[in-house]
Design a binder for this molecule. Structure first.
Ligand SMILES: [Zn+2]
Length: 326
């Protein structure tokens, strides 16, 4: 009853704020003054007039490029992410935030720039959004971001009533949600990952992120991760480096490992048969975190893999398709 589904491919529609960078300054060399060497001729020659030296032109100061907003690593679609970079930040900048869709996101410095990673909710409206970088009340840069459609598919499935018994314990469901919300609300002001992420386990992707599913005629709700199917006991690796934020049995999610990658970005590994890490442990990309299982609300062994940014679930496959660097 597991159907193999192609991974959702992201089409990105970028709006890059183009800013012309003026290059100023001239280093034209002044001509060397010519002199006539003395000759051995006995007849004295009148001295040739030495041209007055041309004054060195004063180079015009190179204007500093204006602070510039850049979205070039973004996947700005429903369920994607926004990588907001501030290039050419003003000197002495100590704090900056991105204002987007009614919320404020802290930026972090990285080498010569500042950045923030922002999750785009599955339900965010398609269209153009103003986006602003501020420091205090000062606007440093502004632009427009175009969010495109996630292209999510819909399906209805029927499950035996006994298999959805877990959903009837509303208290347990609410407690689990509250605990996860609390973990995902943390913001570590450091970036532990670099480059592209890896797939955490081998196996076919059986359900893509964002699939709108109705169970037994109920309302449609989106699939919050990517399912990788494989046998119980298949090793599961950290998709990127970070620190284990949670490693314990949960309710619907079964045995769970959540890794904090810093900058508000987390990944989750769910329905594990067993857990191989402890909370607070630092992990490097590729490290073993657990084994595929069928704990929690499942209909067979698989890894339900999630990518969460600022509490918003996004498509984890997007992080494997390109370097995700500031
Ligand atoms: Zn899943």
């Amino acid at each position: 009853m597991v159907s193999v589904r192609p991974a959702l491919l992201a089409l990105c529609l970028l709006t890059v704020l183009a800013v012309a960078v003026a290059c100023g300054g001239s280093d034209a060399a002044a001509p060397s003054p010519t002199t006539v060497p003395p000759t051995s001729n006995a007849t004295p020659q009148p001295p040739t007039a030495t041209p007055a030296p041309t004054p060195e032109p004063t180079p015009a100061p190179t204007p500093a490029p204006p602070p510039t907003l850049d979205f070039s690593a973004s996947q700005p679609r429903q369920g994607g992410f926004l990588f907001a970079r501030l290039l050419y930040p003003p000197g002495g900048l100590t704090e900056a935030t991105v204002e987007f869709d009614g919320a404020s996101y802290p930026m972090l410095p990285s080498a010569d720039r500042w950045f923030a990673v922002i999750g785009l909710d599955i339900y965010i409206g398609v269209g153009d959004y103003p986006i602003t970088v501020k420091s205090g009340d000062a606007v440093l840069a502004a632009g427009t971001l175009t969010v495109s459609d996630g292209g999510f598919q819909y399906e209805s499935i029927e499950l035996p009533p006994s298999s959805i018994d877990l959903l009837s314990d509303q208290n347990a469901v609410a407690n689990e949600r509250a605990m996860l919300t609390q973990v995902f609300s943390r913001f570590t002001p450091e970036r532990y990952w670099s480059g592209a992420w890896i797939l955490p386990a081998p196996g076919p992707i059986t359900n893509g992120f964002g699939l709108m599913r109705s169970i037994n005629g109920g309302p449609y709700s989106p699939h919050t991760g990517t399912d990788i199917a494989n046998e119980k006991g298949t090793p599961v690796a950290a998709a990127a480096s970070g620190v284990v934020a949670l490693a314990r049995p949960m309710y619907l999610y079964g045995n769970v490992v959540i890794i904090d990658h810093g900058a508000g970005v987390f990944s989750g590994y769910n329905h594990l048969d067993s857990i191989a890490v402890t909370e607070g442990q630092a992990v490097t990309i590729g490290d073993l975190v657990g084994f595929i299982g069928e704990t929690g609300f499942v209909s067979g062994p698989h890894l339900h893999w999630e990518a969460i940014i600022g509490g918003v679930r996004t498509d984890p496959l997007l992080f494997t398709q390109q370097p995700v660097d500031p």
